[in-house]
Design a binder for this molecule. Structure first.
Ligand SMILES: *Cc1c(COP(=O)(O)O)cnc(C)c1O
Length: 359
């Protein structure tokens, strides 16, 4: 049975991309070998690699003076690479502590340099993003790190802070859902497995000028400048992941690009939030309205027993991956680009039926 997969990551991919990959997996373009068996310096993979980078540049409207990198180690390695590269002696970095992922990024940064919290959402239970004017930045802050979408808490940043320090953002779970205002950023990173492709790669966009003063006294893999110099072929790249990312990007172009998916994304999220708000308190959202994530919609069903039954009612009709993160419980519907509107319509229909039967 085909399902609608609401998993937060790894997460749903366009069916057409998977089918294309299946058809090409064993014999790539008549070469007699699989792409994943061929040299990463050979003509077949070189074309795939260049294509993925060019498509990323075009889809994200990346300015000329930014490099596009594909790295391994997930978004988690970026939690270390960012401070290792940018936080030299006498420099400090500010972190917006907006939830579970921001806390991890902040903890790693503190190992490599002076990092401080510019705002902490703990008092509100991480139920919203800060307003830009709430941030407190020390003079000479090298960068301000933000997590644009807290995948577990279900909150998203809509007002980018323009606080006097360049932004560095973890966009793992809302990358490719809306345009990026590049002028504010020195670096943007995202693990692939939420909205871009299979796990195994992360995409990093970094301003060339920012690479001039990065730390050179690091193990080679940890240096952004070497990955830039090698065009992400400094060592063997995650070829399978990059190959599929290229296919996902091409499909996005065919669908009308970022503006089109952003419009559809707002529709999908509105449909679900309207169902929650219209349930007369049966379903509840734990996050503040102006920070509600369009990508990971977190909500509660009254009582743990009903929650279990709700999740079963969903899986009975092929709606899977809806269990909230183990640290917070509840229900979480991830509405990444590959989730069609019909998937959200099906979920809303189950919600309405389930409420009628149980209230
Ligand atoms: C999933 C996620 C991560 C961790 O990604 P890995 O690729 O597993 O390291 C980091 N930040 C955010 C916002 C995420 O959603």
């Amino acid at each position: 049975m085909a399902v609608f997969n609401f998993s937060a990551g790894p997460s749903t991919l366009p069916r057409s991309v998977l089918e294309e990959a299946r058809d090409e997996l064993v014999d790539y373009g008549g070469s007699g070998a699989s792409l994943v068996e061929l040299s990463h310096r050979g003509p077949e993979y070189t074309a795939v690699h260049e294509d993925a980078i060019a498509l990323a540049r075009s889809v994200f409207s990346v300015p000329e003076d930014f490099a596009v990198l594909f790295l391994q180690g997930g978004a988690t390695l970026q939690f270390s690479m960012v401070p290792m590269n940018f936080l030299g002696e006498g420099r400090s970095a500010a972190y917006v502590i907006s939830g579970a992922w921001a806390k991890k990024a902040f903890a790693d940064a503190q190992l490599y340099g002076t990092a401080y919290g510019a705002w902490d959402g703990d008092r509100g239970g991480y139920d919203r993003m800060p307003r830009p004017e709430e941030l407190e930045l020390a003079p000479d802050t090298r960068y301000l790190h933000v997590t644009s979408n807290e995948t577990i808490g279900g909150i998203q940043m809509f007002d980018w802070p323009e606080a006097g320090a360049p932004l560095i953002a973890d966009m793992s779970s809302d990358v490719m859902s809306r345009p990026i205002p590049w002028r504010l950023f020195d670096l943007v990173y995202a693990g692939a497995q939420k909205n871009l492709g299979p796990a195994g790669a992360s995409i990093v966009f970094v301003r060339e000028a920012a690479l001039e003063s990065t730390n050179r006294e690091l193990g080679a893999y940890l240096r952004y400048d070497l990955h830039r110099d090698g065009n992400s072929l400094f060592n063997t790249p995650p070829v399978f992941s990059i190959w599929l990312i290229g296919k996902v990007l091409r499909r996005l172009v065919e669908q009308g690009g970022l503006a089109a998916v952003a419009t559809l994304g707002r529709r999908k999220a509105a449909l679900l939030y309207d169902a929650i708000d219209g349930s007369g308190g049966f379903y509840t959202s734990p996050v503040q309205r102006d920070s509600r994530s369009l990508m990971n919609v977190v909500f509660n069903v009254p009582g743990e027993q009903l929650e279990q039954r709700f999740l079963s009612a969903c899986s009975d009709v092929g709606l899977v991956g809806l269990k909230g993160h183990r640290s917070v419980g509840g229900v979480r519907a991830s509405l990444y680009n590959a989730m069609p509107l019909e998937g959200v319509e099906a979920l809303v229909a189950v919600m309405s039926e389930f409420q009628a039967e149980n209230s």
